[in-house]
Design a protein around this ligand. Structure first.
Ligand SMILES: *[C@@H]1O[C@H](CO)[C@@H](O)[C@H](O)[C@H]1NC(C)=O
Ligand SMILES: *[C@@H]1O[C@H](CO)[C@@H](O)[C@H](O)[C@H]1NC(C)=O
Ligand SMILES: CC(=O)N[C@H]1CO[C@H](CO)[C@@H](O)[C@@H]1O
Length: 368
């Protein structure tokens, strides 16, 4: 498929980007902001009580707090309105629809908030489940398990945003660590909420599209974005992935359930980091964008879902572009369905950049 030949429309639901669409979404965003003014608990909170309005907490997905509608129903209203408005373009101009499933459209918790300065690379990040609704849910699930004491607290000793894993008990191997009964219970719950969220929203999206496509016979591909948490990947606890909601450790494949849910709804997976190589990152942070990509590729193959890709850093240099190409078109014939260069800017027109970019595009168009 030709690079850039599709229009990628991000339905970053109830995020700030939603306001670019004028069909009912603005009312939705306004409604959410008004409710958020009086009830900050509709947003994620960290353990210090800090919240921001990037995305609604998963705790409100099924609660009728928005003029009698649940968050998931509001997302559905938005999708219906979108598909009505853009109907003439579906399947011809619009070939892929990326469904926002979290902050920056990515299926994850906002565990690494760099925008407001709370987090800096390569901090492990913090769990985000301290709003009233998530804590109530945790309590309910713990009680069902017969362990109410597990529900009344968040995991102790998890460090803070900019901690490194060593010296943080939850990410090491002791009492109350990620390997303990309590640790596994908490991580199953935390990552499971994210999977349920993707399931609920993708089901609605697939349903809205199915209704359109029965009439039109044109096909549009749903896409879900995953975050690229590649730092501390080579530790056994994978702490930065755990706080983001990917329960991926040296003993458990956390991307398998993600791919499984996408496959159920016929959605493709959009993966980041296509421009990154392990050799370009300081070794001391135990990063591995290549290992992460390989793992996600493997589960995508297993669940036979399409994979699309995007860049993670700003690259116009030859080396970066070569890496992107190699990662899109692999020798064993696994070719990505498409690649998106996010937020293209005017630097592309500088002579040296343009001279790298033009041959890159020619080759990509021939390859994909
Ligand atoms: C670990 O658990 C044991 C038994 O439950 C307890 O005696 C011990 O003090 C705990 N150690 C730490 C470091 O909390
Ligand atoms: C690649 O991605 C980053 C962040 O996702 C973006 O800021 C950057 O400008 C992108 N684009 C290019 C062409 O490098
Ligand atoms: C179960 C599984 O796939 N685990 C992988 C997670 O990542 C590590 C790297 O730390 C791999 O070695 C594991 O195989």
């Amino acid at each position: 498929m030709l690079l850039f030949a599709f229009i990628q429309i991000c339905i970053c639901l109830v995020g700030k980007e939603a306001s670019v669409f004028h069909s009912g979404s603005e009312r939705l965003v306004l409604l959410e902001l008004q409710i958020g003014d009086v009830n900050k608990d509709i947003y994620y909170r960290d353990k210090s009580g800090f919240s921001n309005n990037d995305y609604l907490t998963l705790g409100v997905d099924q609660l009728p707090l928005f003029g009698g509608r649940t968050a998931v129903q509001c997302y559905e209203d938005f999708m219906l309105s979108f598909s009505t408005k853009f109907e003439p373009y579906l399947g011809n101009v619009i070939e892929e629809i990326s469904i926002g499933l979290g902050p920056s459209g990515e299926l994850r918790y906002p565990a690494h908030p760099s925008g407001d300065g709370r987090w800096k690379f390569p901090g492990i990040g913090e769990f985000q489940c301290h709003d009233k609704y998530m804590m109530e849910d945790l309590m309910a699930v713990a009680s069902q398990e017969g362990k109410p004491q597990w529900g009344s607290r968040d995991p102790p000793n998890t460090g803070c945003y900019n901690s490194f894993p060593s010296g943080v008990p939850f990410f090491e191997e002791g009492n109350d660590s990620f390997l303990s009964d309590y640790g596994r219970f908490f991580l199953e719950w935390y990552s499971g909420k994210l999977i349920c969220h993707a399931d609920a929203i993708l089901a609605k999206a697939a349903d809205v599209l199915r209704r359109r496509q029965e009439e039109e016979k044109s096909s549009v591909m749903l896409v879900a974005k995953i975050g690229g948490i590649y730092w501390w990947y080579k530790t056994s606890s994978h702490p930065a992935e755990l706080t983001a909601g990917y329960y991926n450790t040296s003993l458990r494949d956390g991307y398998d359930p993600v791919a499984s849910v996408l496959s159920r709804h016929g959605a493709a997976l959009n993966i980041p980091c296509l421009d990154m190589a392990d050799s370009e990152i300081p070794e001391k942070y135990l990063c591995s964008p290549e290992g992460l990509r390989r793992q996600i590729h493997d589960v995508s193959k297993k669940w036979t879902i399409h994979v699309t890709g995007r860049n993670t850093s700003e690259r116009f240099d030859e080396m970066g572009l070569r890496q992107i190409r190699e990662n899109c078109v692999q020798p064993n014939g696994d070719t990505l369905r498409s690649f998106t260069f996010c937020r293209m800017n005017e630097k592309i027109f500088r002579v040296e950049n343009w001279n790298n970019f033009v041959p890159f595009i020619r080759q990509m168009s021939a390859d994909m």
